[in-house]
Design a protein around this ligand. Structure first.
Ligand code: ACO
Length: 368
């Protein structure tokens, strides 16, 4: 990332090039193997992921144990953590030659777990992976189908979701990736590390912002109310913040936001969706970008400002939004975990600056 220039590259390839010309499978391969695949490598990688896309049937009891309407992020985190019990077998956390298998398994299984988390949270019948479909297409199929019913998945929908996944695939030392690496530095099971990363992703200051954006746009309700909410965001006595605005690293613009805005426009147009939320979002962005408060603090729309609009257009339930971010970020998390373990990184152990009382005498209980 070059935060000042607003640039993002994966292993030397510009994100805009990848989003336009490649697929999420290419990007996952690139992050894991340091090079883009050739045709044969691509086909093999895709097939290997398909073969691993089913999960142990015993895990159904875990999904089943959750109450109705449980947040899918809670289910996802628990189920990914449980993978470390179901897929412990012969794999050795200290053997680099086995890292690839561990990485492939979780990349293959996370869409299945994510879709099952959704289906169980809504009381819907489970749809198993369909091996005739591509990676992202299969995920949409598991989300949207009903048994014995034909589901219409339009290529533009698959492409839009695939693009969003690519844009989320890796992003340096954000909170969740750092969490994955820190847990991994203790030699914990890789799936326990990923489960920790999912926890870190959940909050609104990180991956939870995409859910927050749509809730906020719905709260704003109409273009006429935008000024009122802009004023609230600027008011130091009001905790209200514009969701999907600002970034710790990008201080010029978020290159992913540009790409995703166009993808959102394309998908709404192709699907013939006239969503007033998109108008509110565009107006909010325009007003904020012209406002001194936002300009002077370098606050621009981040990737999550428009991702939710795409998810909504694809019929995704709000609570699934951060789960979708997790599917996209997984190749980055696992590639970073692999790199960290192969590099023999020592245990993560930050020190802290203590600012409390200095050494003092103990005071007996009856004298306090
Ligand atoms: N709305 C209004 N004001 C904001 C916003 C916002 N979204 N973001 C930052 N500010 C203001 C702060 O109040 C502060 O003002 P001050 O200098 O007058 O005190 C100034 O901008 C700097 O804010 P910080 O919180 O110090 O910036 P930081 O880099 O720590 O935070 C963050 C970045 C967490 C992303 C923040 O901008 C934010 O809360 N955004 C909204 C939530 C969001 O979109 N999160 C997604 C992040 S991207 C991702 O994970 C994909």
């Amino acid at each position: 990332i070059d935060g000042l220039k607003g640039e993002l590259m994966y292993r030397g390839y510009d994100i805009a090039y990848l989003a336009e010309n490649k697929t999420f499978i290419d990007v996952a391969y690139l992050l894991l193997n340091k090079e883009l695949p050739n045709k044969k490598q691509y086909d093999e990688f895709k097939l290997e992921l398909k073969k691993r896309s089913f999960i142990h049937e015993g895990m159904m009891k875990i999904f089943d144990a959750f109450p109705d309407k449980a947040h899918p992020m809670a289910i996802l985190q628990a189920a990914v953590s449980a993978l470390s019990a179901f897929y412990f077998d012969h794999l050795n956390m200290d053997k680099p030659e086995e890292y690839h298998e561990m990485a492939m398994r979780i990349i293959a299984k996370i869409p299945t777990i994510a879709a099952f988390s959704y289906r169980f949270s809504r009381g819907l019948p489970i749809i198993y992976p369909n091996l005739d479909r591509g990676f992202t297409e299969n995920f949409l199929y598991m989300m949207r189908s009903y048994p014995y019913e034909h589901v219409n998945l339009r290529p533009i929908e698959v492409k839009a979701l695939d693009t969003v996944f690519m844009l989320h695939a890796d992003h340096e030392q954000n909170a969740s990736t750092t969490t994955v690496r820190t847990v991994g530095s203790t030699h914990a099971h890789p799936y326990a590390c990923i489960a920790a990363g999912i926890g870190a992703l959940w909050g609104w200051a990180h991956g939870g912002a995409n859910e927050g954006v749509i809730r906020q746009l719905e709260q704003i309700g109409s273009v006429e109310n935008v000024d009122k909410y802009i004023a609230r965001a600027k008011d130091k006595n009001d905790p209200f913040r514009l969701m999907g605005f600002g970034h710790r690293v990008y201080k010029n613009f978020d290159p992913r936001a540009k790409i995703i805005k166009k993808a959102a426009d394309d998908v709404l147009h192709a699907l013939g969706i006239d969503d007033p939320i998109f108008d509110i979002a565009k107006h909010l962005e325009k007003v904020a970008l012209e406002d001194d408060y936002f300009k002077s603090r370098n606050l621009y729309p981040n990737v999550d400002f428009y991702s939710g609009i795409i998810y909504k257009a694809l019929g995704m339930h709000l609570e699934m939004f951060t789960v979708l971010f997790a599917i996209g970020r997984l190749p980055g998390w696992i590639a970073q975990w692999k790199e960290m373990r192969q590099g023999g990184e020592p245990i993560g152990r930050p020190r802290q600056i203590y600012t409390g009382a200095k050494e003092r005498a103990f005071v007996a209980l009856d004298k306090r």
